[in-house]
Design a binder for this molecule. Structure first.
Ligand code: HEC
Ligand code: HEC
Length: 301
């Protein structure tokens, strides 16, 4: 009897393992089980903030995916070992195993995030299989592309400053930074592109960022699409001389330390600071991959 139970437990464990690993165990290269689009989405949500390939305006936060790929392909030519090496890095974030010490010098060590091992494996697979992007594919030409370029450029400037401050001083001080400099930063990007750039939300922290009726309509639409698992696209509205452009702002794990669930994700000291500065704050209680707001960008044609 005892043996049978042990055997049953063993079989169940095997089945569980198999379930967890259906995508990849032993089957590196069996492409039909690997969802490239889903992996691309994961990469966009979790890594692209700091690693995107596009040569967009604004300063970089980290090396591009192409640069990482080049450094990692030297020792890891096949997909399985490439995936392992990337997973190993994300799990440890230990400078002594870095394959890009020059990137650490330039950008500082990659910060911790709540990355799932399986997600990272799929992202690495996507990186491995991704073709080099052509310059002509990424230069903004249509109003939509121009708007996206501005949104991502601004996001990078904000993100880089935010990340740098969090690393150097901790979250509480980064909050101060956000408070005093967020607007100034978007203004400097606006000058660069001769555009007006705002971040609007249905649940704003700063009341000045409360979405108006037109933005709320777009936000409602985005939320609906997100709940259906659809990819969110830019919205471009032609208003004669002016183009009005909206682009979604979604949350990743980094955001939760200031926009997540109070006791769970936000440290008491940070929460106290938020409450003191933003008594009307509504921007709490978010999880990852939710709609935090929109970029609202206007520029003349
Ligand atoms: C908040 C910004 C940020 C996010 C998000 C981020 N990274 Fe990084 N990453 C960096 C920075 C900065 C570096 C360069 C410094 C370094 O090598 O540690 C880096 C370096 C790397 C490297 C090279 C490490 C080395 O030195 O050998 C890999 C691999 C990597 N990232 C993978 C990922 C993956 C996969 C994701 C998404 C799951 C991700 N990163 C998300 C900031 C980020
Ligand atoms: C260190 C704390 C901190 C982190 C981390 C943080 N935010 Fe914020 N966020 C703030 C503060 C403070 C404001 C209010 C800024 C202001 O006064 O304009 C804000 C405002 C915003 C706004 C403008 C709308 C509003 O509510 O006023 C958006 C959109 C936003 N954050 C999105 C994000 C996203 C997305 C992330 C993650 C990528 C993120 N934030 C990470 C602190 C943070």
């Amino acid at each position: 009897m005892k043996q049978i139970i042990i055997l049953l437990v063993f079989i169940m464990m095997l089945a569980a393992c198999k379930n967890k690993n259906t995508n990849y165990s032993k089957k590196e290269g069996a492409q039909q089980e690997f969802d490239l689009l889903a992996a691309k989405k994961l990469s966009t949500q979790q890594c692209a903030l700091c690693h995107n390939n596009e040569s967009m305006p604004g300063e970089r936060i980290g090396p591009t995916i192409a640069e990482i790929k080049k450094a990692y392909m030297i020792d890891n030519k096949d997909q399985a070992s490439f995936v392992k090496a990337i997973q190993n890095w994300v799990a440890k974030l230990d400078p002594s195993i870095s394959k890009m010490p020059e990137a650490i010098q330039k950008y500082n060590v990659m910060p911790m995030g709540a990355y799932k091992t399986n997600d990272v494996a799929n992202i690495a697979r996507y990186w491995y299989q991704q073709k080099e992007e052509k310059k002509s594919d990424i230069l903004p030409t249509t109003p939509e592309e121009k708007g996206i370029a501005i949104a991502l450029g601004t996001k990078k400037v904000l993100g880089k400053n935010l990340m740098g401050t969090i690393q150097k001083k901790g979250t509480s001080e980064a909050l101060e930074f956000c408070n005093e400099n967020a607007i100034k930063l978007t203004d400097s990007m606006a000058n660069k592109f001769q555009a007006t750039i705002r971040r609007l939300s249905d649940k704003a922290r700063n009341p000045d960022n409360q979405a108006d009726a037109a933005a709320l309509e777009v936000i409602t639409q985005y939320k609906k699409e997100l709940s259906l698992g659809k990819a969110l696209d830019a919205v471009v509205q032609d208003k004669g001389e002016i183009q009005q452009f909206y682009y979604p702002i979604t949350t990743n794990s980094m955001c939760l330390q200031c926009h997540g669930v109070p006791q769970k994700n936000i440290k008491p000291a940070v929460l106290k600071n938020i409450k003191a500065r933003y008594p009307l704050d509504k921007a709490l209680g978010y999880d990852v991959n939710q709609l935090r707001g929109v970029w609202s960008i206007t520029f003349s044609k």
